[in-house]
Write a protein that binds this ligand. Structure first.
Ligand SMILES: Nc1ncnc2c1ncn2[C@@H]1O[C@H](COP(=O)(O)OP(=O)(O)OP(=O)(O)O)[C@@H](O)[C@H]1O
Length: 292
């Protein structure tokens, strides 16, 4: 027997998509021949302009687009099997939740346990413990019996995250986790992503907050109607690829010479900005977000 035959099989990719094409009933093709992989134990960013197809990819991974063509595997399973096995959690944008619905914070987090419960959805001690743990991890224990409508913006985001934590899924799809959050919540989310990475989960994070991508994402997938580039942040999240993905939407300029230095220093910086949060590339490829 050869060595290859005796060694254990390599673990499957977290998410493997090949040749995915999605055409909506309106006739609009939102993704064409998109291929990408999202490894386990890493945080992968999904970036692209509005309408690039990020939500469409998430919908396909959540099995919400029946007519999609191509192949999608989640931890080696077909999408339906992965969903049935409760392997996938979707952290929705806070705006997608009806916050006027009269339920308590702990009830929303308990919804994350539904996939673990029987037909009657009667919570068991393990479900209650998972909810308490998730609330504690998001620093929300003190508001667990509040109506969700009473929560502030950052707290709403934490509830949505706590629901996904309670689900305890191996694969987590985050939709814009940093939109509309305060700095403290942003830091709490980044810490959570790092913990989840250490736990070996698969994380795909769609974000418009480009400045934070080099801070916490190991890999990047750039989309614009298809996958333009994907790979390690260091080699993929480059000025050239950003120009391809965001040209015409973000302002891009290069600063150097007297505009930047009082001395003859010849180094320059590439700046991409939506006029709120500049993303700065230094000559030495060290990237920073202004103010951080
Ligand atoms: N249900 C739908 N029916 C028809 N067209 C759709 C539908 N959903 C999205 N689209 C179109 O598909 C394209 C991709 O949209 P999608 O929402 O996936 O982009 P996105 O990258 O998530 O954008 P955003 O950053 O604004 O959320 C857009 O042109 C959009 O108008």
């Amino acid at each position: 027997m050869t060595e290859a035959a005796t060694s254990p099989p390599a673990p499957p990719d977290g998410i493997a998509v090949s040749g995915l094409t999605v055409t909506y009933r309106s006739g609009r093709t939102a993704l064409r021949d998109a291929s990408l992989t999202v490894p386990q134990r890493l945080v992968t960013a999904l970036v692209g302009v509005n309408g690039a197809g990020k939500s469409t990819l998430f919908k396909a991974l959540m099995g919400c687009i029946p007519g999609a063509r191509g192949h999608v595997r989640i931890l080696g399973h077909e999408v339906d099997a992965a969903l049935a096995a409760n392997l996938v959690a979707h952290v929705a944008q806070a705006e997608e939740v009806d916050w006027t619905f009269p339920v308590l914070v702990e009830d929303v987090v308990m919804m994350g346990r539904y996939g673990h419960m029987g037909f009657l959805r009667r919570p068991r001690p393990a479900d209650r413990e998972a909810v308490s743990r998730a609330l504690a991890r998001m620093n929300m224990t003190g508001v667990r019996t509040r109506q969700i409508g009473e929560l502030a913006g950052g707290q709403k985001k934490r509830v949505v995250l706590a629901r996904a934590l309670a689900q305890d899924a191996r694969v987590i799809l985050f939709d814009e986790p940093f939109t509309g959050v305060d700095v403290q919540t942003e830091e709490a989310i980044i810490a959570l992503l790092r913990e989840m990475r250490a736990e070996g989960r698969v994380m795909l994070v769609s974000t418009h907050d480009l400045g934070s991508v080099p801070e916490y994402c190991d890999r990047v997938v750039m989309v614009k109607g298809t996958v333009l580039a994907s790979g390690p942040t260091e080699t993929t999240f480059t000025p050239a690829n950003l120009r391809r993905a965001f040209g015409g939407v973000l302002r891009h300029f290069v600063l150097g010479g007297r505009d930047l230095h009082d001395d003859p220093d010849s180094r320059s910086v590439d700046v991409f900005t939506d006029d709120e949060r500049p993303l700065i590339f230094h000559d030495d490829r060290h990237r920073t977000r202004e103010g951080h």
